[in-house]
Design a protein around this ligand. Structure first.
Ligand code: FE
Length: 340
């Protein structure tokens, strides 16, 4: 879907060469695969602060990347925003990003949440949820434990080829090695209560309903249910126990939302300003809270009842850029294990 403003900007750009340089200081074009309630405030505040107009195209990441590829050197896109480290890594491997050197971003965003050519702006955790009538607490404390034969017929997850699970697999390869991760994936498949289907929320609901004993899900899906006023969502929450996995070892697996500047960006100065703005206290609060995530800037306060209730935890400190190195290996391992 093309936002009207961007369509107008494009027409102006093609028709009147002279307007392009003028536009360079005054607007940016963002291709975003993220869309949340707080976005209007997020973009509106940037325009208010800088006078730079924000034009957005929002679509699924595959469509946006395809578009960037087709537009090539003529792409009006300055920035690409999406969720999941493996997707950001994929975009990076396509060679679309330009490195951005910013002292401010280096100071605000922890090193392990920055990749060479893109930055993380919020984090989410991959948590375990279980049904205490079907699974004992000690069976649901680690990712590794999900492959234990004691959980036969009780485990539910979304597809193994989904980026969220591939990123988890990629982290496990780096912590435990490829061989152990392959054994793990086979154990996971052997424990399935049903063939993978649906999204993370469906797994949480199936645990609450007793169709599955234990599942993995991203934290914001759980937080969304926790913050919901619908009685049916509250009933789901009441029937599951959430666990921060791997607190005694390498910590809970973390994934991110992030953004990078395009090599072909026509408005590079303004684009860097926007990347820096996203790390400001105000933007961090919008960006993270829009999807019940955590800000990457440590000093930013979170005011989200569900996240407060879930409490603090030990997160994996593996570099998010390094995670990309083992994503394809995770895919091959999952394929061999039949984790589809
Ligand atoms: Fe998601």
């Amino acid at each position: 879907m093309i936002k009207k403003a961007l369509a107008t900007a494009l027409l102006a750009g093609f028709g009147l060469q002279g307007t392009v340089s003028l536009a360079a200081d005054n607007e940016i074009n963002i291709y975003s695969a993220r869309h949340y309630q707080t976005d209007e405030a997020l973009y509106g505040t940037f325009t208010k602060l800088t006078g730079i107009k924000v034009n957005r195209i929002e679509a699924k990441e595959d469509e946006l990347l395809e578009r960037i590829r087709n537009e090539g050197a003529n792409s009006p896109a300055d920035l690409f925003i999406t969720v999941d480290a493996s997707r950001l890594a994929y975009a990076d491997q396509m060679g679309i990003f330009a490195p951005v050197k910013s002292a401010l971003l280096e100071e605000r965003i922890p090193a392990h949440l920055r990749a060479e050519n893109w930055f993380s702006y919020s984090t989410r955790a991959r948590v375990i949820v279980y049904n205490k009538d079907l699974v004992k607490a000690e069976q649901a404390q680690t990712y590794e434990g999900l492959a234990d034969p004691g959980l036969k017929g009780k485990l539910c997850t979304r597809s193994g080829s989904h980026p969220y699970n591939l990123s988890l697999g990629a982290a496990m390869i780096q912590h435990n090695g490829a061989e152990k991760t392959e054994e793990w994936a086979k154990g996971v498949v052997a424990n399935f209560a049903r063939a993978p289907k649906g999204g993370d929320t469906d797994q949480i609901k199936a645990v609450a309903a007793g169709e599955c004993g234990v599942a993995i899900a991203n934290s914001y899906y759980l937080a969304r249910l926790m913050n919901s006023s619908k009685p049916e969502d509250q009933a789901v929450v009441a029937n599951v126990v959430a666990v921060w996995p791997n607190q005694q070892s390498w910590g809970t697996h973390i994934n991110v939302s992030g953004a990078g500047m395009l090599k072909t960006a026509p408005n590079k100065g303004a684009a860097v300003k926007f990347l820096e703005y996203l790390a400001s206290d105000e933007a961090q609060a919008y960006f993270a809270n829009g999807n019940n995530e955590w800000p990457v800037v440590a000093s930013v306060k979170v005011s989200n009842p569900a996240l407060e209730k879930l409490g603090p935890f030990k997160a994996d400190t593996l570099s998010i850029g390094k995670l990309a190195d083992t994503v394809s290996e995770a895919q091959r391992i999952f394929d061999r294990a039949g984790y589809r």
